[in-house]
Structures are given as C-alpha cells and as structure tokens.
Ligand binder design. Structure first.
Ligand SMILES: Cc1cc2nc3c(=O)[nH]c(=O)nc-3n(C[C@H](O)[C@H](O)[C@H](O)COP(=O)(O)O)c2cc1C
Length: 285
C-alpha cells in the first residue's frame, strides 16, 4: 500500500496514529471480498513508498457474515445528519462489541445518562478548542470542496450537510462557522443519537492503531449491514488535554481511539473514491 499524504482533517494532533488506523480499514476489505485470509504488517516509516503490506493467505469459502460485510462496503458512508429517535437493536450493539474484540480492540457503549451528558460536554469543549484554532480551520477548508468538484478525495460539501449553492463556497465554509455554533450542534447530535460508542485498545502503539482500523471497518460494515449509520465525534480524543478527562468519564482501562454515534437516518450520497491503483500496489519484490 503506497504511503499517502494525510487525507483527512481532524487528526492534526494524532498524525502519528492515523496512517495505521486507516490501513486497518483497508485490510479487512480484501479478506471479505475474496474469501482469502489476509495479514497486514506495518512497514517502518523509513520505507518511503509503502506504508503497509497486505498478504493474502489461503483461500476459504466466504462465510455468510463475510458476504454480508462485503455487500455493505458500497452502502457504507459517514452519515453526519441527525438520526431518528429509535434505538439500535441491543443485539447489534453486542455484535459490534464482538466485532471489536475479534480485531483486538474493545468497544464501550455509553449507556449511563450522566456519562452520555459528560461525553456530550467534552465533545462541545473539543469543538470550541479546535474551531478556535486557525490552523485547524485552514486544514478543514483544504479538505472540503464544492459538490461538483472532480476531486476523488476530500469531503464534498454535501457530505457535511451543505446544500449545493452554499457548497459552491465550501472552501470558505469552515472559516465562517462560529466555534460555539459547531459545539452546540455536535452536543445536540451526541445527546440525540440513539447510541454513542467508544472504540479503544489496551495498548497505544502501531499494532493497536492497526487493530483499531480493522475493528472500525468491521464495526461500520456490520452496522451498515443492519441498516445502521455511523459518524464520528472524536473531538475529546483528538484534543490532547481532553483525552485523559474523557478516559476517566468512559471508565474503561486502556486507550481511547475513536468515538462514534450510531443510528437510523436518511440515506446520504456516497463520497468520491480514489482509484484502487492510487492506493494499492499489486505486488512488489
Ligand atoms: C479513522 C477515521 C477518523 C475519522 N474522523 C472523522 C471526524 O473526526 N469527523 C468527521 O466528520 N469524519 C471523520 N472521518 C470520516 C472521513 O472523513 C470519511 O470516512 C471520509 O471523508 C470518506 O467518506 P465516507 O466515510 O462517507 O466514505 C474519519 C474517518 C476515519 C477512517
């Protein structure tokens, strides 16, 4: 897998972690698609052109679960809209916990109302810190583009809930949003979402980040296969001074990696994809 320049905003303060995390999401896909076992290994940063090696192992008949996850790949996208006031099935949450464990991570479901409120407050506080940072806004603006743009990466305005006309100016959009407005919006999303979950690992090294990516992909695909959407509320993990406070609130021993909300909602348009050949080198010596 070629080394890619960072392709996402929001992780400014976690850049060391985001490559393996994203490699992990790529690693699960070939396993589901081909019915082959696959192993990913992280290559040292010094190996400039590749960031991970995915080796296909022996073939096996794809299980019903692998087929379901594979079919969910084209239906999965980040859905940032408000979700319906309808709980996710308890059985699904249990399945998502198992999906995380299967990949070497853990998933904590925020059920207690006090913890949910404290989580929503920390998300809002994270927004206020991030949105007061000009560098954060600039990076976000560089990733957001008009709906009809031909770029195959980044985030089109419509995926952020920006209508066609406003999306025309999406590169300016992140400069115009008031920090308090974003904080209030995300606080409401967190409190209004049927399920808030935190993905974490026991350790916080490259192997754990890879496991997080794999667990994330399995969770997102399992949720989508059950018609449930997800989006990210990572602010209290991304902002270093909030991370230990959030860990105390969640109360799970280990390292928090991502915070997601889950629920039912309206369909959203898919975002563009880069060509496979831009991100995967088929074989090398
Ligand atoms: C590890 C990881 C962290 C992410 N964090 C955020 C985030 O904090 N906020 C957000 O809006 N999207 C976040 N995203 C979503 C990406 O922006 C999104 O996956 C990407 O733009 C592709 O769009 P899609 O998910 O709709 O296919 C994250 C994605 C990954 C894999």
């Amino acid at each position: 897998m070629p080394t890619l320049p960072r392709r996402y905003p929001w992780l400014t303060q976690r850049s060391r972690a985001d490559q393996p995390l994203r490699r992990g999401t790529v690693q699960l896909a070939p396993r589901c698609a081909t019915g082959y076992t696959a192993d990913a290994s992280i290559l040292p940063i010094s190996v400039a052109i590749c960031s991970a090696r995915v080796k296909l192992g022996h073939s096996h008949k794809a299980t019903a679960e692998e087929v379901a996850l594979f079919q969910a790949i084209t239906k999965r996208r980040t859905n940032r809209s408000a979700y319906e006031n309808r709980s996710s099935p308890i059985r699904l949450l249990e399945e998502l916990k198992m999906a995380a464990t299967q990949e070497g991570a853990w998933l904590e479901v925020v059920e207690n109302e006090d913890i949910r409120n404290a989580t929503a407050d920390l998300i809002a506080e994270g927004d206020r810190i991030q949105w007061s940072d000009a560098q954060f806004r600039r990076e976000l603006a560089s990733w957001t583009h008009p709906n009809r743009n031909l770029r195959r990466d980044g985030i089109p305005g419509y995926a952020m809930g920006v209508a066609d006309t406003a999306a025309y100016a999406s590169a300016y959009h992140p400069h115009l949003i008031p920090a308090n407005g974003q904080a209030a919006k995300d606080r409401d999303l967190a409190l209004g979402s049927p399920a808030l979950v935190v993905l974490g690992t026991d350790k916080d090294d490259a192997a754990a980040w890879l496991a997080t990516g794999q667990a994330l992909q399995r969770i997102l695909l399992r949720a989508r296969a059950s018609s449930v959407w997800a989006s990210y509320l990572n602010q209290p993990i991304e902002v270093p001074e909030l991370r230990p406070r959030f860990a105390r609130v969640v109360g799970h021993v280990g390292h928090l990696q991502l915070c997601l909300r889950l629920g039912y909602g309206p369909d959203v348009r898919p975002t563009p994809r880069r060509h496979v050949s831009d991100v995967v080198i088929e074989s090398w010596g």
